[in-house]
Structure formats: C-alpha cells, structure tokens
Design a protein around this ligand. Structure first.
Ligand code: NAI
Ligand code: MG
Length: 342
C-alpha cells in the first residue's frame, strides 16, 4: 500500500490540495492519504509549534508528502515556517528542489513577442545550503550601528550532489548559474565541481551563466533553457521569474527530493495567498501538477502524463480559474481536470 502524507496548511493551501488529492483519487491508483490538517498557523498561535514529533513521524513513514502552503500574516514569526517546511527539507535531507515550468497556453504568456514565448524547462535549486543555512547574526540590532551577517554556505558534497541530480534530470542541456565573478569562494567551489561533473555527460550541452544574465535570458530567450541548476537563493528567485514567464505562479509545481533515500515533498510554488483565501479564486493547477510530480516518483508515469494532459486540455478550453482566463472557481476547475482525466 502506498501512503501519501498531506499537509494542507494555511490560506488557499487546503483549497488547492483538496483538488490535487481528488484528481489523484480519480486515477484509481490505490493511494492512501494520511491528512495532517492540524499543521497550520492557528495551531502555531495556540501551541507555539505547528508540527509535533508525532506528525513528523507520520510524514517520515509516508511514501511522499504533498503540501499546500505554510505561512500566514497572523504569524510573522519565521520559527513557524522553519519548524515545518524547513524542518522537513533539512531532516529529510531533500537537497534537490525541482521546479519545472512549461507554458500551458500561449494566452498565458506575459511576453509580447509571440515568437519568444516558448518555455519548457526546469530549475534545480540547491535546497539545504547557501544563504538559507541559518549561519549569521546581527550586532547591535535595532541601533544605527547595526551590522547583520548571513553566511552563504557551499560544500563540496552538497554542490556535487545537486549538480549530479541536475545532469540526470536533463535531456538536452544543463546551465549552471552562479555569481562567481563577485562571490569568489562559493563561486570557485561551484565552478570546480561543475567543471568536473559536466564532463560525465558529454551527450548534453553544458553551459554557464552569471545569475544576472540568466535572469535576462529567461525573459528574452526562455526556450533556450532545458535544466538550470543553481544555489538556494538564486534558485528561489529564478524559479518565480520562470513561473511568471510560464503563465503565472498559480501553475507552478515543485518537488523537494532526495533521490538516494526516495524521500520527496511536493508543493505548489505559490504561498497561502491570504488575499484570495475563501473566495474560490485559487488556481489548483500548481497543486495538481505537483501531485503529478509525486506520481512520477511513485512509479506512475502514465497516470502522471494523463494528469498533465488533463490540465492542458482544461486550460486550452478555458475551463479554469480567472488568473488563467477562465471563469470557474477552485472546485469547478478541479472537477474539470478530473472530468478530462476520464
Ligand atoms: P503568495 O504566493 O501566497 O501570493 C502572491 C500573489 O499571487 C497573491 O496576490 C496571490 O493572490 C496570488 N496567488 C498565489 N497563488 C495563487 C493561486 N494558486 N491562484 C491564484 N492566485 C494565486 O505569496 P505571499 O502573498 O507573498 O505570501 C503569503 C503567505 O504565504 C506568507 O505568509 C508567506 O510566508 C507564505 N508562503 C509560503 C510558501 C510555501 O509554503 N512554500 C511560499 C511562499 C509564501
Ligand atoms: Mg519562493
């Protein structure tokens, strides 16, 4: 029996995750869902922690975890997110954050020139090091003499393994992105590891760009990219940029993976969108496509393809939410995807 842990979370998280779970159910794969609906901002406000060790054990025992969104303006304390998402990423050592982007329909592109709209790529973001390692501090905080330091960590083993994952995920090319011309030590380490690892795949086109140029190219020549591999913070930023070029944040899916242990956390790239929670405006596509990534990893490549085809079909027919040019609410958009699966 395959079990998937589900963390609906905050805001629109429960709304979009419900449609993703229903879509997977529709495929009849015999997947069991273990829903942890107490992991949210309200629990954090009441108890000072949102995820208990028992919750974490359930997540660890599952074959994968599907997350809606964690975070709410009512809980500004970063310890909330750190105790949930970052805890799962770090303790399950989910070092590769895989974020595919593909334009679902021409009308969704923000680019004016129709010949430049194609995008079908994946950002592979290093997920356990970089600026997010939590090393740093502030001197004299709150004073005019304050000095704040956040250290960017790159390790030989951490960089090597994410480069290997990116090379294994590509079919055409891999572009390594850094800022080695200005950030010397980490840049040098990334460059040396890249130079060694890329030689293992002479069948792929391998290239390098500095992050500023990569951002420009993602807008100007989005179809020139297959896989982009980069560090934690550049990956965070470039994947939102790519998501927008690919039709918007509501469509963007992601997988946080450890290919060696098989552990995986799947979540839409967007957050809890408190501005539209409860209105029915939330687009379920990012959550549904995240579930498709989960199905790929569980060995259900065929059903995952059907789910993606169903999403394309509904978007093409404008049977989708207003952000994609339709007039359906979240539940009706989810129902349309399920109908297209049949
Ligand atoms: P957000 O992604 O929640 O929203 C940004 C904008 O995009 C909003 O205008 C929202 O209405 C719209 N949007 C997002 N998802 C959408 C969808 N599926 N359909 C239609 N429109 C959508 O980012 P924001 O507002 O900065 O963050 C809100 C909360 O979410 C914060 O507490 C933040 O910490 C948290 N967050 C959590 C993430 C996660 O769980 N991985 C990622 C990003 C933010
Ligand atoms: Mg982000």
């Amino acid at each position: 029996m395959t079990t998937v842990a589900v963390v609906p979370g905050d805001g629109i998280g429960p709304e979009v995750v419900a449609e993703a779970v229903a879509a997977v159910d529709e495929l009849g794969l015999g997947i069991d869902f273990d829903v942890l609906d107490g992991i949210n901002a309200r629990t954090y406000r009441e108890r000072g922690a949102a995820m208990t060790d028992a919750d974490f054990d359930r997540v660890r025992a599952a074959d994968g975890v599907l997350v809606g969104a964690i975070g709410h303006p009512s809980v500004p304390d970063p310890a909330y997110g750190r105790g949930v998402l970052l805890r799962m990423r770090f303790e399950l050592d989910l070092y590769a954050n895989y974020r595919p982007v593909r334009l679902l329909h021409d009308r969704l592109s923000p680019l004016r020139d129709p010949t430049r709209r194609g995008i079908d790529c994946a950002i592979v973001r290093e997920n356990t090091e970089g600026l997010y390692a939590g090393i740093g501090g502030a001197l004299r905080p709150g004073t005019d003499a304050e000095v704040a330091v956040d250290t960017e960590v790159s390790t030989h083993s951490g960089v090597t393994r994410v480069l290997r994952f990116a090379l294994s995920a590509a079919t055409r090319s891999v572009c390594m992105v850094d800022k080695a011309n200005a950030v010397e030590s980490g840049g040098g380490l990334w460059q040396r590891c890249w130079d060694r690892e890329r030689r293992t795949r002479p069948d792929l086109e391998t290239r390098h760009l500095y992050v500023d140029v990569a951002a420009m190219r993602l807008v100007r020549d989005p179809d020139s990219f297959d896989v982009i591999v980069t560090n934690n913070s550049y990956g965070d930023i470039l994947s939102d940029l790519a998501a927008e070029v690919g039709g918007g944040l509501g469509c963007a899916a992601s997988a946080n993976l450890n290919p060696e242990t098989g552990a995986g956390l799947y979540e839409p790239v967007h957050g809890s969108a408190p501005d539209i929670a409860g209105t029915g405006l939330a687009n379920p596509v990012g959550a549904v496509l995240s579930a498709a990534l989960l199905l790929d990893r569980l060995g259900h490549a065929g059903p995952a393809r059907s789910l993606r085809a169903a999403v394309r079909e509904t978007v093409e027919a404008a049977r989708c939410t207003p952000d994609l040019g339709g007039d359906l609410d979240t539940r009706a958009a989810g129902a349309a995807i399920r109908a297209a699966c049949r």
